[in-house]
Every structure is written in C-alpha cells, then in structure tokens.
Write a protein of this length. Structure first.
Length: 115
C-alpha cells in the first residue's frame, strides 16, 4: 500500500492592497532598524536593487513560479480551498522510506579488497 507525505501551504488573500515594490527603508523599519536600509540594499541586490524597483510580478506569475518549484520537488497539488481570508493548498508525494542504518557487527565475512 502506498504511503504519502503531505504539505499544506496557505496564502493570505487580500485584494485590497496591491503588491508594492521592495523598499529597503520599509524592510529596515520592519526589523526595528537592526539592519540599515543601505546595508539591506547592498547585501540583497536581487531583491532591493534597481531591477527589483520595477513593477512587481503579477501574483499569478509568482504563484506559478512557486508551484513549479514544488512540482520539481515531487509535490502534486491535490486541492486548493479557501478558509476565511486564507487560500489553502494541499500537496502530496509518495513517502520515500528511509534506508536503515548500516549495522556494524565487527565481523568480517570477506577479506578487505585490495586497491
């Protein structure tokens, strides 16, 4: 009988706020100033560089990218259901049994191989 591994992902569906481009100042404030905006922009250029300041990708494109990543890991989406303001995605993939640990008995049934 097949055994399955499951994964549940939720997305907060809030259609009242369109996505905003990444802002190192806002990120710094969210971190209570622990990291400066300059540090954030310098250390995370893919997220906060000039290319990232363009219009953010459409949510459907972001979701498609994320779902494709899960598919490459072997996850199959079996259902999507709304639960209040959340959209729940349910995935499954065959459970791969872990290999038993090699037991050390101390006996040598065969001579060591010669290289």
């Amino acid at each position: 009988m097949a055994q399955w591994e499951y994964r549940v992902i939720h997305i907060n569906v809030d259609s009242n706020r369109p996505p905003q481009p990444p802002d190192p100042q806002a990120a710094s404030e969210k971190l209570h100033g622990v990291l400066s905006p300059e540090f954030i922009a310098r250390e995370f250029p893919d997220q906060y560089g000039s290319a990232a300041a363009q219009v953010p990708k459409h949510p459907a494109e972001q979701l498609q990218y994320f779902l494709n990543l899960l598919g490459k890991e072997g996850w199959e989406m079996v259902e999507a259901s709304p639960v209040g303001p959340l959209l729940m995605f349910f995935f499954k993939r065959p459970l791969v049994p872990s290999l038993p640990a090699a037991r050390s008995t101390g006996s040598t049934d065969s001579p060591p191989s010669q290289a």
